[in-house]
Ligand binder design. Sequence first.
Ligand code: PMP
Length: 446
Amino acid sequence: MDPLRRIVIICSPERLQPFENPVTFWLDLKPCIPYISRFQIKPNVKYLESDTLADLFDKCTKFTRARELQAQGWYPYFKAIQSGADCEVEIDGKKLVMVGSNNYLGLTQDPRIKKAAQDAIEDFGSGCTGSRFLNGTLSLHERLEERLAEFMNAEAALVFSTGFQTNLGTLATIAGKDDIIFADRNNHASIVDGNRLSFARIVKFKHNNMRDLERLLAASKQDAGKLIVVDGVFSMEGNLIDLPNIVKVARKFGTRVMVDDAHSVGVFGANGRGTAEHFGLEDEVDLTMGTFSKSFASLGGFITGSENVIHYIKHHARALIFSASIPPANAASVIAALDIIEKEPERREKLWRNVRKMKKGFDELGFDTCGSQSPVIPIVIGEDTDTFVFWKKLFESGVFANPAVAPAVPTGSALIRTSYMATHTDQELDFVLGVFEKLGKELGLI
Ligand code: PMP
């Protein structure tokens, strides 16, 4: 007999009945004795022989898709960039025009922001070595939160270590098992995971479909606490949430509203305050989430809302309390970015000029830009394989963009995600349009 490696005890400690069809094996029960006596289980046990034993790591051996793409030369992920994030980047010793970042205002190389980060390292050191809750709050973090609240025209702001953690921490804290969260089907992964962590009932509505949302709200329990959570700008499709109707429906059903403005702060609204400012609905949104990893050219995230709600999140969010705070350089660079965003609205104007040029350019060439309304302009390709081929040809032609395939987008709607910066020059943008035109014709897309 094979050596016994694992025993499955069928009866639970509460139900000390023998299992339904007991199978008796003559085997050495010695290793099981501690469990048998601990749970007072009659020695009716079933064992799996070693050759049927499941190995936790089997999935790793079976995961071959990435290696296949690598072998075929189509693998587009984890590309190491040898230069800093900018309009042009260097990869494998070659220069490419970057249209695959979230660096909307082009601030990553701004000398004022770099200087602020360097000064903060001089004054405060390289890291905080602890969470905001205990030893990780610097006066710099408090200054940043005051500046953010002021900029966002909100009562209070709270800074987390990433945008992802902001959604996890906020959603898991603000909703609980007796509550219902209504979530757009295309919401970002961090919202999906935050919802899961909350233990609330999750009701997904069809993407940007207000009729579906209203139907689901009408059918829901009246006395439950309710939250509608949506992306302001959807990061792959580049379209805007129908906030005016979200707010209307929310009012009708007494529901709170949270907007993830990761791609909208600094970009939308007369002052760059995001989707709600763009629609003139700032008083109607209860919680606004933002990130520092896009327009703010750094790392971290924040949530704004009323003082008592932010106070509650601050004292309950595990993603905040049990994780170290952002380093001084990040906090200082975001304060410097806020100053620039406030003082230089022409950056946002330049960004939108570039976005209009590219949207018009792609539309005139005959590409499907998926109804984009933001600096994110997707080019729909269709099949995953065709998308990888298109991506590779773009890369070889000197354009860095991002492929998005299932499950990030629906099967058969794979796309190349392009996105634009305030600092792109006309020359760079014309080059990108020229490459897309040539490849689009070559591959029969236009
Ligand atoms: N929300 C959205 C809509 C995002 O696109 C992202 C990042 N891609 C995040 C949240 C997470 O932000 P971060 O990268 O700062 O963790």
